[in-house]
Design a protein around this ligand. Sequence first.
Ligand code: ZN
Length: 282
Amino acid sequence: MQAHRQAITINLSFISKAPLAEASSTEMTSGALGYTDESLLPRLGQVLWSWQLCTGCLEVQSCIADSCPAKRVVRLQRYFQFYKAVVSTYVDGSSAKDRVLKTHEDLWRAIRALKSNPDITRAGFRQLLFSSKTGNLPDPTWNQSDLLNAATLVVKLLTMIDSSSLYHSSDRLETGGSRIHWKDDVPFSKYLQDLFPTENHPVLSYPHSDLLIDMKSELRATKLKKHLGITFRPTHDIRNHLRLHRRLNVLEIYHHTTFLKEHLRSTRGSGDRSSPSTSIKV
Ligand SMILES: [Zn+2]
């Protein structure tokens, strides 16, 4: 069977301009990256999806408005588990002294910086991270590896894509999968565009065609399992959605639909969303 990977445009919008609470830089105190609890979620939604929080949430108290987007945090538990795991890996893999992003506030500031500069190259983003770390111009003694790790963390939380070149899995090697990493001279928007090229598919591009309706009814998971013996594996990397591992007869399914819905919701009604550059920016 042929697995079709739909071209997906991730629509991202910029955060609100409301100030975020100051955070401590002490390793395991509230606000430090080593300490993650659910009280962070509303403000994380503010950073990622421009949530317009109620005054209760803005003051890190109880939510007081039925219309407040923080009511949706319950549905975002899976993404928050991802956030915690990715941040924890970053903290464990770096010493407190060399860590570029020491607090959630540092991390969110970096996410906002990337969102407001979607055409920045990876080299430029590293420089920007360095500048925000020290407040000075780039120094030849900076640690490129620490900055790269920080940039990878930011991209991963913003898009759920691992943009590093270091990631390999034995399974991926066995099945011949490839990986495009964000290169130093490539704008972030182009990196995303190249990951998800817009293609005209003879069936999938025509939502009202009879062929698509037939295909949808034929491509049910129960049928794939029953007739082709395919098993399914969840993935948090959207690039792997509908990737078929032929030898293993395993189909990967992206299982963070709530994350995607939040991005779509945040860009609904906004201007030009035809390219990552315009949909990521404010
Ligand atoms: Zn609220």
